[in-house]
Write a protein that binds this ligand. Structure first.
Ligand code: HEM
Ligand code: HEM
Length: 182
């Protein structure tokens, strides 16, 4: 089946996955609350934690779909660009993909090794498939908190680069991720 679309843009599904992911990452970040384990898992904090875990697991599900879809769909070609720009863009996108997996996975395995089940709206309880290993769980949870901050900084830089392309360089990079105007 031929894809009838300009090679300048990402396809509709790739765009939907991109923007939905961006919203969910931001929402998960806003809903995040750290602090001592006893507080994070206290009954008063259940609601907020379930929200955060649900948003974060949705991010993981979406990036898994997206990485498969990316291989089936076409990725736009922006034409010639300076080498440093091609490289830094590939590096940023690669790191963002890596973090989209690493942020949720460090949280999931961290919680399991700490001995906690995952709690989400869709699946009320996903118990740890292995015995607790508390120190490892603590370490992963800390890494999760740090990477959760890193993905926001990197996404901010990435968004600034997209705006720079659009308003300063006046090229088609941002438009590539925007729906076609009717
Ligand atoms: C893109 C997805 C996610 C982002 C951006 C994110 C971000 C964060 C951040 C920044 C913190 C630290 C908050 C603070 O120190 O004030 C945090 C904590 C936490 N996150 Fe996530 N998170 C994500 C996904 C998940 C998932 C999938 C889970 C499911 C297990 C999860 C569980 C937790 C827990 C339990 C804490 C508290 C850690 C503790 O102190 O025990 N997060 N998250
Ligand atoms: C948490 C937020 C975000 C994440 C995790 C994220 C992640 C990504 C990733 C991984 C790609 C590479 C897509 C691919 O080629 O497969 C991408 C592309 C893109 N993103 Fe984001 N993004 C975020 C927010 C934003 C924002 C706020 C903007 C705009 C202001 C933006 C604009 C773009 C554009 C224009 C592209 C296409 C770049 C190109 O073709 O070279 N993104 N994004």
């Amino acid at each position: 089946m031929a894809h009838i679309r300009s090679s300048e843009r990402y396809g509709g599904i790739a765009q939907a996955l991109h923007w939905l992911t961006a919203i969910l990452v931001l929402a998960a970040f806003i809903a995040a609350e750290g602090g001592p384990e006893s507080r994070v898992y206290s009954p008063e904090r259940d609601g907020q934690r379930i929200l955060h875990e649900s948003l974060g697991l949705a991010v993981l599900a979406l990036v898994a779909v997206r990485i498969v879809w990316r291989r089936l769909d076409r990725v736009p070609d922006h034409g010639p660009m300076p080498r440093w720009m091609t490289l830094s863009s590939a590096l940023t996108h690669g790191l963002l993909y890596l973090l989209l997996f690493a942020v949720p996975l460090t949280a999931i395995f961290g919680a399991w090794w700490q001995g906690h089940a995952l709690n989400t709206y869709l699946f009320a309880e996903i118990p740890a498939p292995f015995a607790p290993f508390h120190d490892l769980g603590d370490a992963l949870t800390e890494i999760h908190e740090t990477l959760g901050d890193v993905i926001i900084w990197l996404a901010g830089l990435h968004a600034a680069a997209a705006l720079f392309h659009h308003f300063i360089l006046r090229d088609k990079v941002l438009v590539a991720m925007l729906p076609r105007r009717k």
